[in-house]
Each structure stands twice: as structure tokens, then as C-alpha cells.
Design a binder for this molecule. Structure first.
Ligand code: NAG
Ligand code: NAG
Ligand code: NAG
Ligand code: NAG
Ligand code: NAG
Length: 567
């Protein structure tokens, strides 16, 4: 009897230690965080009122200036009220450009500690993430004109006016100034990877909590959205303010399933950490990554609405976050492709049978000169293609449909005093060895007009990177009416060079032989089919415009707004 009693007591104690105590601890922690959140809200309430009254004052000022300028210049300049012209394809917006009845007035907080300043002005050359933020703010303003977009930024030296001006010159996005509010973070340094030489992933994630706490100390938003991949801050927001809906726009999962599998890879093609899973250090690293991945997976359950920038990211996010999101209302991540400069290419490049005469049988490859872009694969495939057509040529005197010699044009940016410079030197040597030097052009750091002219006069756009996550460059090929010959993997395979029901929009290849064959096939297409394919590609690129981004963004944020109303 006594034996059984003591066993059951032991069992009880064990249960208590292993289940009840952690559970109680978790509940306790939750309650503590919740009350911290409550006092933060109370503390920042005064600032909130101040911000809202400032917004109202600025709005009035803007209105009076606007009507004054309308009165003075009877022929009003159309740019002035550009922001009010609402796209009629946007859901919930009436055709007359006025938002439908319901107007939500609240504050959406955007966590964006970095606005990476890059001197390049093209989407392709970096700044993709920043463009997404501002395009998102713009779409939000159009749909909910009374909502305030508060951006938590770490760029102290930039004033709001300067920031909005930069957004306009750099991305051609004109925002309505009164409802944009910048809140300056003073703790940004805690998310620099240089702070954490070891355990960078974990360090940065914990660091982001400090920065987010700083943010909530400035203002508690009504909706919280992270567009920079600091998912841990969303979990913090959920704990502090359970009633605030949260959203994430994910460019890249903090840890990817590729990373986890690359540790066991010994072929060396899977990047930096390839094969690092060997030895005791490797084992420890693997353990650490798996633990991190499970924490990250749990964080996913705190995000109400998840958007991703591509199918690739969606697949990874669904596999990492899916299990913990089973009980949420919006389980699946939605792909919201980032906006690209498709419209500009559409308007400045003509695609028709008459423009066909201005196109040469050239192949362009726009990509940074970095090893993973695999320029050497393209050089070899091109050499093979040239050699084969040369051999055929001896027999039947025909090189391509148009008759002139094909050229290869490699366009890319080079980071100065970096390994890129030796890389490009090796590529030139390779072109020499392959006897295609005279037909190959290297263009480093070309200007946008130069790039545009090559997009206009070339025939094929190519891309050789294995498992490219998306490939904005490929979308630009399509928008410019080039026939794509791309690597059969990643974004180009899943999202871009796909058949939308009316025929192929390009070619996909993996090996040197396949690329060479695809170059040949693309250049040998009869004119009618060639033009038809260009037009299909161009139509397919329309999936990636600013308008399409705005439409989808609004659809997703509407879910958060309705959640906000319910409470
Ligand atoms: C909330 O804030 C107000 C002033 O901002 C203060 O007077 C009040 O004591 C605070 N309430 C609590 C419970 O902290
Ligand atoms: C998504 O973001 C990642 C990381 O910034 C980037 O590599 C990828 O190209 C992006 N995808 C799109 C569709 O822009
Ligand atoms: C979510 O994704 C799963 C798996 O991809 C799919 O079966 C399901 O239909 C999706 N649910 C919704 C609501 O789209
Ligand atoms: C380039 O492509 C070739 C052929 O597919 C492949 O063997 C090689 O590993 C690739 N190189 C890189 C750096 O991806
Ligand atoms: C060119 O093609 C011929 C015949 O197919 C072949 O013998 C030769 O090795 C090729 N040369 C190169 C550089 O590929």
C-alpha cells in the first residue's frame, strides 16, 4: 500500500514538475506580459492623441493648400491630386475613385528599422524590400484614407519630408504625406548581425525584441505589420497586446528548410553551409538550427495574416509555420508578388511584328557577377550553340531565322574591390578559351538607359542560377518582350516562366546541352510564333505590376482591419 502511495505521490510530483509548473509559468508570464502591454498602452496614450491631432492638422493644411492651388491655377496640374486617384480595380473601392462607405480610422504600425540606402535606382539592384514597404503604404492609403501609417524606423537623420521625397525619386511612389508618421527607434544596433558573431540567428532575433519593445514604447498600433522578416517581434506584440491583429510580409524565412538540409549536403552546390554538418561542431550546429527552427515555427502561430513574396517563400513558410497555424482563421500564406517596374517597360518597349526587325539574335543575361549566378554555364552553353550552328551552317548556310551572328551580352553590377572583380576576370578568360570572345560583351554597372536599349534590341533573356528565389530580372525580360531561357528551378520555374493556359512563355533548361538547345530553338522560331511568344510573356509579366500588388495587399490587410473592428 505504502509503496503504491509513494509511487503515485512521485508520479504526481513528476507531473507537476513536467507539466503543471511550466504551464503555470507560461500562464504567469503571459499575464505579466499582458499587464506590461497594458501599462505601455496607458503610457503611450498621450503620444497617440498628439500624433492623431498632428495628422488632423497636417491634413487640414494639405486640404487648404490644395484648394488654394486649385483656385490659383484653374488649369490644375494633374500630378497634385495623384494620390486621390484610386485604382478602380482595387477591391472595396468604387469606380468613381471614392472608397466605399466604411472608413477605418486606426494606426497601422510598420516595423522597418532599416531603409537600406543604395545608390542604385533599379529594383533589380537591391531595395526590393524597401519598395514593398512604400508600395504597401501607398495601397493602404488609397483604400483607407483615414488610416495612419506609422513606420518605426532607425534612420534618425532622415526627416519625413526627405524620406517621402526619396521614395518618390527612387521608386516613383507618391505618398500622401499627412497620414504617414515616422517614429524613430534608438535601439536599432541590437539587430545588426555584427553584434552577434556567434549564434547570429538567435542573437538577431532576440535583439529584434529589444527594438520592438522600443517601438511599442513610442506607440502602440491598432494593427502591427512586419515587412522585414522580424517575426519574433510579432510574437512579442501578440503577448503584449493580444487584441492587436498582426501581419507579416515575408521575403525570406529566417531559417529555411534548405538551410537545414544543406548541412548534410556534400556536393558543395548548396551554398555557404554546405556539408557543415560533419563532426561534433556540425552536430551541435545542426541541433542549434533545429531548435531555432522549432521556436521560429511556434512564432508562426502568432501571425494572423501571412503574405510571402513568392511561391518559393510560401512553400518554406507553410512547411515551417503550417503545423503551428492549424487552428488560426487564415492558415495559409498568400503569395503577394512584390511590385516591379513592368509598366515602365511596357510603355517604353514595343513588341509587334514591325519591331521584330529591330531585334538582333542576341542573348542578354542581367545578373550580378557572382558565382551563384553561374555565368560560366551560359558561356559554355553559348559556345556549344555557336559551334553547333557553325557546323550546321557549313551544310545549309543558315544560322538563325534572321541570318546574323548571335551575340551574348552579360550585364551586371560589380561590387568594387570584392571577389566579383576576379570572378569577372575568370569569366573573360573562359570566353576566350571557348573561342566566343568576339561574340561576348561584358557590361559592368551599365546605366538604366543602356540596359533598356539592350532589352529593346535583343531576342532572348537568360538566367542560369540554380534555385533562384524569384528573379525580378526574368520578369523584366518578359515585360520587355524577350524570350526567356531560364534555369528550370526556383522562382523562374514556379512563378515566372509558366504557361498561363495559352502557350509557353519561354524555355527552361538545366544543363549546358539543354541551354544550348533552347537558345537554338528560341532563335529558330518562325516569326509569327516568335512574336506570339513575346506577347504571351509580356502578358504574363502583368501579374507583377504595382496595381496587382496593391489589390492583393489590400485584400490581406482587409482581414486584419475586420479583425480589428470585431473587438
Ligand atoms: C495611466 O496613465 C495616467 C496618465 O497618463 C495615469 O494618471 C494613470 O495613473 C495610469 N494608470 C495606471 C493604472 O497606471
Ligand atoms: C523575396 O525576397 C528574397 C529575399 O530578399 C529575394 O531574394 C527574392 O528575390 C524576393 N522575391 C521576389 C519575388 O522579389
Ligand atoms: C491551404 O493549403 C493547403 C495545402 O497546400 C490546401 O490544401 C488548402 O486548400 C489551402 N487552404 C486554403 C483556404 O486555401
Ligand atoms: C553551374 O551549372 C553547372 C551545370 O548545371 C553545375 O554543374 C555547376 O555546379 C553550377 N555552378 C554553380 C556555382 O551553381
Ligand atoms: C564543335 O563541334 C564539333 C563537331 O560537332 C566537335 O567535334 C568539336 O569538338 C566542337 N568544338 C567545341 C569547341 O565544342
Amino acid at each position: 500500500m505504502a509503496f503504491f502511495a509513494s509511487v503515485s505521490v512521485t508520479l504526481l510530483v513528476l507531473t507537476a514538475t513536467f507539466f503543471l509548473i511550466p504551464t503555470a509559468f507560461a500562464y504567469g508570464l503571459k499575464a505579466v506580459l499582458c499587464s506590461v502591454g497594458w501599462s505601455l498602452r496607458n503610457k503611450t496614450n498621450a503620444r497617440r492623441e498628439l500624433i492623431l491631432s498632428q495628422v488632423r492638422a497636417e491634413e487640414e493644411q494639405h486640404q487648404s493648400k490644395h484648394s488654394a492651388s486649385l483656385a490659383s491655377a484653374s488649369a490644375s496640374s494633374p500630378e497634385d491630386d495623384d494620390w486621390e486617384k484610386v485604382d478602380s480595380t482595387v477591391p472595396g473601392v468604387a469606380g468613381n475613385g471614392k472608397p466605399l462607405g466604411e472608413d477605418w480610422e486606426g494606426i497601422i504600425g510598420f516595423f522597418h528599422p532599416f531603409c537600406p540606402l543604395s545608390h542604385k535606382t533599379r529594383s533589380n539592384a537591391g531595395g526590393g524590400g524597401e519598395r514593398v514597404l512604400w508600395a504597401a503604404v501607398k495601397a493602404t492609403q488609397e483604400r483607407w484614407p483615414k488610416a495612419v501609417c506609422a513606420i518605426y524606423t532607425g534612420d534618425h537623420e532622415v526627416t519625413k519630408a526627405a524620406m517621402l521625397e526619396r521614395v518618390e525619386t527612387r521608386f516613383n511612389i507618391k505618398l500622401h504625406a499627412p497620414t504617414v508618421v515616422l517614429l524613430y527607434l534608438s535601439t536599432r544596433k541590437y539587430i545588426l548581425s555584427s553584434m552577434y558573431p556567434h549564434f547570429t540567428l538567435l542573437g538577431q532575433s532576440l535583439g529584434s525584441l529589444i527594438v520592438a519593445f522600443d517601438a511599442f514604447n513610442l506607440l502602440v498600433p491598432d494593427i502591427y505589420i512586419d515587412t522585414m522578416g522580424y517575426a519574433f517581434t510579432i510574437a512579442l506584440s501578440k503577448f503584449l497586446f493580444p487584441s492587436v491583429p498582426t501581419g507579416a510580409y515575408v521575403h525570406y524565412p529566417t531559417i529555411s528548410t534548405d538551410m537545414l538540409s544543406s548541412l548534410d549536403d556534400s556536393t558543395g552546390i548548396k551554398g555557404l553551409n554546405s556539408g557543415a554538418g560533419a563532426g561534433w561542431k556540425g552536430v551541435a550546429k545542426k541541433k542549434y538550427w533545429h531548435i531555432f527552427a522549432s521556436i521560429y515555427g511556434w512564432v508562426g502561430s502568432k501571425v494572423d495574416v501571412v503574405m510571402t513574396n513568392s511561391s518559393w517563400t510560401s512553400a518554406h513558410i507553410n512547411s515551417l509555420w503550417g503545423p503551428s497555424r492549424k487552428r488560426l482563421e487564415h492558415k495559409n500564406a498568400t503569395v503577394v508578388f512584390p511590385p516591379t517596374a513592368v509598366s515602365e517597360l511596357h510603355s517604353s518597349i514595343d513588341v509587334s511584328s514591325s519591331s521584330e526587325s529591330t531585334r538582333e539574335p542576341s542573348i542578354v543575361y542581367i545578373a550580378q557577377f557572382r558565382p551563384e549566378k553561374n555565368h560560366s554555364l551560359i558561356l559554355r552553353a553559348f559556345a556549344r550553340f555557336v559551334n553547333e550552328t557553325r557546323n550546321n551552317n557549313n551544310n545549309n548556310d543558315k544560322i538563325t531565322a534572321s541570318g546574323s551572328t548571335p551575340k551574348l551580352i552579360l550585364i551586371g553590377s560589380v561590387r568594387h574591390s570584392s571577389p566579383d572583380e576576379t570572378h569577372i576576370y575568370h569569366l573573360r578568360l573562359l570566353a576566350h578559351e571557348l573561342h566566343i570572345r568576339d561574340q561576348t560583351t561584358f557590361l559592368c554597372d551599365a546605366s538604366w538607359p543602356t540596359i533598356l536599349s539592350h532589352l529593346r534590341t535583343s531576342s532572348i533573356g537568360t538566367n542560369a542560377m540554380w534555385s533562384e528565389h524569384f528573379g525580378i530580372g526574368v520578369v523584366e525580360y518578359q515585360a520587355a518582350g524577350l524570350i526567356s531561357v531560364v534555369h528550370d528551378s526556383g522562382g523562374p520555374r514556379e512563378d515566372i516562366v509558366i504557361d498561363l493556359g495559352d502557350g509557353a512563355t519561354g524555355f527552361r533548361a538545366s544543363t549546358e546541352e539543354e541551354f544550348a538547345a533552347a537558345f537554338e530553338a528560341a532563335l529558330a522560331l518562325p516569326e509569327q510564333e516568335r512574336v506570339a511568344m513575346r506577347l504571351r510573356a509580356r502578358k504574363s509579366a502583368l501579374r507583377f505590376t504595382e496595381e496587382e500588388f496593391a489589390r492583393k495587399w489590400i485584400e490581406e490587410v482587409a482581414k486584419l482591419v475586420s479583425q480589428c473592428r470585431k473587438k
